[in-house]
Design a protein around this ligand. Structure first.
Ligand code: FAD
Length: 322
């Protein structure tokens, strides 16, 4: 039996001693809504500051007529609104009011018709230690979940379904088919869960970023899962990245008429310490110390010339001891 009964899988719960699920219920609260308002093909993120705290939406076109509209906020903001005590209708009306400038008069719609109460959830990150037991195998969200902010859960579930179907055909018994399926898919699932965790934590810690300049905020948002690197951003939107690089080097004091250079070659200043570039090459014995937070020891070494340790010849290992 293939148990693909979703993130609250009853099968997984019934056989929990065999599947050994690790369920990590996360900090933010979210509600999954829809709307007939149109959004771009790409993800749209909307951040609204309210008198009760920040509330944000993840929106994307679902089909020609409908867009998914997930509203999320911290537990503190959620408590301040009293969403937990509201009816679903009041909760939706409150979200409509918060995002009215982006909805163009369109309503927010709930798909949780069967749910009483406000329909808000905390995201459970699920990973099972084992994906099969006797003739039962877990698939999709029942086996593992990835936070919705990277939008890959369905892809993950479908790829797992394909792998399972292939092994059920190629293997002579269920045990070996289930074993090969799990071996193949577990690594991919862990990879995606790692990116999803980075993205989820970015949203959980989002209030740290609201003071950023909009360019820096956008860069941070785009690279939050760490699957999209600096150079990968260039492939996706070279113009935007070039402008962001220009902004970054002007912040670092490079004259406005200097050509745009890679951020690695932009001066770096930390209190009185100023380096000509962001690249350093430590001597081997002290690499381990460099992995730690900067201390006076780094200031002593770097400050004299503002260059890396290899080039200035002024380092003394004994200064770092202790
Ligand atoms: C808010 C939110 C937004 C998301 N957005 C995206 C996105 O944009 N892109 C993306 O790829 N993924 C997204 N995901 C993730 C995606 O929805 C899931 O990863 C995907 O649906 C998993 O598929 P599944 O078949 O395992 O589970 P589900 O789609 O949950 O399907 C499980 C099915 O089993 C049924 N079921 C449950 N119990 C029983 C039972 N006892 N008997 C019979 N049937 C039962 C349920 O009714 C349900 O139909 C999102 C998730 C969330 C929470």
């Amino acid at each position: 039996m293939v148990a693909c009964d979703g993130l609250n899988s009853k099968t997984r719960t019934d056989y929990a001693e065999h599947f050994q699920p690790d369920i990590d219920t996360r900090k933010c609260k979210f509600v999954w809504l829809g709307t007939h308002q149109k959004f771009d093909d790409a993800f749209t993120f909307i951040f609204e500051e309210t008198d009760k705290g920040w509330v944000w939406a993840h929106a994307y076109q679902f089909d020609d007529e409908t867009a998914t509209f997930i509203v999320e906020c911290s537990q503190e903001t959620w408590d301040a609104y009293g969403f937990g005590e509201m009816t679903k209708e009041d909760s939706i009306a409150t979200c409509e009011e918060i995002f009215k400038d982006h909805l163009d008069g369109h309503a927010l719609i709930s798909n949780a018709h069967h749910v009483r109460g406000s329909a808000w959830l905390s995201f459970p990150r699920v990973l099972c230690n084992s994906w099969s037991h006797d003739n039962i195998v877990l698939m999709g969200d029942a086996a593992a979940t990835a936070h919705f902010s990277i939008g890959s859960g369905t892809k993950l579930a479908l790829e797992s379904a394909i792998a399972l179907a292939n092994y059920l055909h190629s293997e002579t018994d269920l045990k070996s088919a289930f074993g090969k399926y799990e071996d193949e898919r577990r690594l991919e699932v862990l990879r995606l869960q790692s990116a999803a965790r980075n993205s989820m934590e970015w949203f959980e810690e989002i209030e740290r970023y609201f003071d950023f300049d909009p360019v820096q905020f956008t860069y941070s948002l785009l690279t939050r899962s760490q699957r999209i690197s600096h150079e990968n951003l260039r492939l996706r939107d070279a113009k935007w990245l070039g402008e962001a690089e220009g902004w970054f080097q002007r912040q670092a004091g490079v004259p406005a008429n200097d050509g745009v250079r890679h951020p690695m070659f932009v001066p770096f200043k930390l209190r009185e310490m100023e380096l000509k570039t962001e690249s350093l090459c430590p001597r081997w014995p002290i690499i381990r110390r460099l992995m730690a937070a900067p201390t006076d020891c780094h200031l002593v070494h770097y400050a004299p010339t503002g260059q890396g340790w290899c080039s200035n010849g002024l380092y003394r290992d004994d200064l770092c001891v202790g």
